[in-house]
Structures are given as structure tokens and as C-alpha cells.
Design a protein around this ligand. Structure first.
Ligand code: ATP
Length: 306
């Protein structure tokens, strides 16, 4: 059984091996045999997306039967709204996004998109409806234009440049030797985490999916980059149903609802303000993150003074 959270390097490896003819990211996962986990029921219809409403109904799941990871999770993301999931490491946050993408089937409960159980419709139609901006983006050994266009292969040059602009990466690209024709990836120019993430955002802007899943990077980015990325994310998630797996709380204070997950269960939910006022786990996490940020700032200032 292949494990999805582990093999980013492995994906890179597989990718290099199969680059020829690779037409979609899903094929990459197919090669990881994740597909074997879930099967389409015979004659399953395609998902019909109307508004892009997401609903988790008492979802239970474990990667292996002895260890349940999600223990009855229920929430809704209404069409066009944004919900953020926060919680301690290992709580099951990323697992929620994997289940929505149907990398695995739930062991009990249901996940619905616009009222249709995602287990009863074709997987490819579910995946086509969802855009993911992952923690770590795989770049192809090709031009940067190719890497952006990957979001929609028939996009014109203007579309590609416009998407890059919205993703706050166009001016960076234009300054590269070769501009949009610059080679990137393992064998080309290596981009930073923040730059790669903005390429992923540009791809997603081109794909224009009704549903968006943002799996936020754990790694700290500098304030300026973080603001650029936040601007790009706000643009791409505008009026789109958005589920954010958040590691830094500062980025989700405007979410319509924040769900606090702990050991596979929802322990708190509400707006940023109401959760702070409640003085529970969220308020505690917020205070801790504040302290960490301040400590980083102090360190940085001390270094700059040297
Ligand atoms: P973090 O904030 O650290 O990213 P998370 O809340 O996103 O954590 P998940 O990635 O959803 O946590 O993982 C929840 C639990 O499931 C963890 O204890 C992890 O060990 C386990 N787990 C995750 N992926 C797999 C897998 N592919 N196979 C087996 N167990 C897994």
C-alpha cells in the first residue's frame, strides 16, 4: 500500500521516469497505485457540479483498520465560502483533503459535492472539479510557461501570462534569463518554495476549478513572499468554494468558518473572533504562534543589527 504523504521525492523520481506522455497529474498518482485503493462503481455517472458545495457527514477513516484517524467529522463548505481546518500536527487535517480528492474511501459516513456522494460518481470527474495548491509543487523539467500552462493545456500565451500576473509571479518570471521560456525544474533553474507555490497558484487559476483545496506550506516564508502568496490565494479563492488546510493561523483569520481538529475530532468551530473569545485550543494556538513569530522577529532584527 503506497502512502501518499511520504513520497514527494518518490513522485519526483517516478515523474522523471515517466515524463514522456504524462498528460495529467492524476496519472502520476495512478502510478503510485493509490488508484487501487478506490474503484468506480460499474457505470458510475460523472459528478455534476452546480455550485460546488462540500459536505462531510460523520466521516470516519483510518489508513489501517486498527488505527482510526478521523472519528466522525461533519462540516459543510457552502458554495463560494471558505473553511479552514487547523489543529495540532497529526490531527488529520491533510487526511481530510485526501478524502475529498478521493485518494481513499471513507470507512463510514459520506462526503458529498452538490448532494452527490463522491464514492458513487466517477473519480476523474471529482478530481476535475477540484484544484489543489499543494504544500510542495512538482515542477517539470521544461519551460516555466509549460509549467504554468499545465493547468489547462489549451491556454493561450496571453492566458498563461495573465494567470502568472494574478499569481504574483509574472514580474519574477520576466526577469529570468529567457523569461517565460526559461527552463526550470531539477535540471533547470531551481525555484524557491514560495516561487513554486505561486507557479501552482497560476496553474490553478488557469484550471479555474469550482472547488479549491489549499494545503498550506508548513515552512516559514519571509513576510514579503507570504504577502504576495496571500494576495494570489485571495484572488484565486474569491467566490470559489475553498477548503484550506492551515498551518499558520495568520493566513486564515478571514475564513468564513474555522474548524479546529484534534485527534480526528472537531473540538471547536467558529470565526476567528469567536474562537479567540472562547479561550480554548484555538486561542492557545494563536497565542503560541504569536510568541513564535515575535521570537523570530527579534532574532531577525538581532541578525540585521550585526
Ligand atoms: P500536519 O499538521 O503535521 O501536517 P495533519 O493534521 O495534516 O498533520 P495527517 O497528515 O492528516 O495530519 O495525518 C493524520 C495521521 O494519519 C498521522 O498520525 C499520520 O501518521 C497518519 N497518516 C497520514 N498519512 C498516512 C498514510 N499514508 N498511511 C498511514 N498513516 C498515515
Amino acid at each position: 500500500l503506497m502512502q501518499l504523504s511520504v513520497p514527494l521525492n518518490f513522485i519526483g523520481f517516478v515523474y522523471r521516469e515517466i515524463r514522456q506522455g504524462l498528460t495529467d497529474i492524476e496519472e502520476m498518482f495512478a502510478l503510485l497505485e493509490v488508484e487501487a485503493e478506490v474503484k468506480d462503481p460499474p457505470g458510475a455517472p460523472a459528478l455534476v457540479v452546480r455550485e460546488g458545495a462540500i459536505r462531510f457527514e460523520n466521516v470516519r477513516f483510518g489508513y489501517d483498520p486498527q488505527r482510526e484517524i478521523l472519528k466522525g467529522v461533519s462540516f459543510e463548505v457552502p458554495p463560494g465560502k471558505s473553511v479552514a481546518i487547523v489543529g495540532p500536527s497529526g490531527a488529520g487535517k491533510s487526511t481530510i483533503s485526501r478524502l475529498l480528492f478521493r485518494f481513499y474511501d471513507v470507512s463510514a459516513g459520506r462526503i458529498l459535492i452538490d448532494g452527490q456522494d463522491i464514492a458513487s460518481v466517477r473519480q476523474d470527474s471529482v478530481r476535475a472539479a477540484i484544484g489543489i495548491v499543494p504544500q510542495d509543487t512538482v515542477l517539470f523539467n521544461d519551460t516555466i510557461a509549460y509549467n504554468v500552462r499545465y493547468g489547462r493545456v489549451d491556454a493561450t500565451e496571453e492566458d498563461v501570462e495573465r494567470a502568472a500576473e494574478l499569481a504574483q509571479i509574472a514580474s519574477f518570471i520576466r526577469e529570468l534569463p529567457g523569461g517565460f521560456g526559461a527552463m526550470v525544474g531539477e535540471r533547470g533553474l531551481k525555484l524557491s518554495g514560495g516561487e513554486k507555490q505561486r507557479v501552482a497558484i497560476a496553474r490553478t487559476i488557469l484550471k479555474a476549478p469550482p472547488i479549491l483545496v489549499l494545503d498550506e506550506a508548513t515552512s516559514a516564508l519571509d513576510t514579503h513572499t507570504e504577502q504576495d502568496i496571500q494576495t494570489a490565494l485571495d484572488l484565486v479563492s474569491k467566490e470559489r468554494t475553498t477548503l484550506t488546510i492551515a498551518h499558520r493561523l495568520s493566513t486564515i483569520i478571514n475564513a468564513d468558518e474555522i474548524i479546529v481538529l484534534k485527534a480526528g475530532q472537531i473540538v471547536e468551530r467558529g470565526s476567528h473572533r469567536s474562537l479567540l473569545a472562547a479561550g480554548g485550543l484555538y486561542a492557545e494556538m494563536w497565542a503560541m504562534q504569536r510568541e513564535a513569530t515575535e521570537a523570530e522577529e527579534t532574532l531577525r532584527r538581532a541578525r540585521e543589527a550585526d
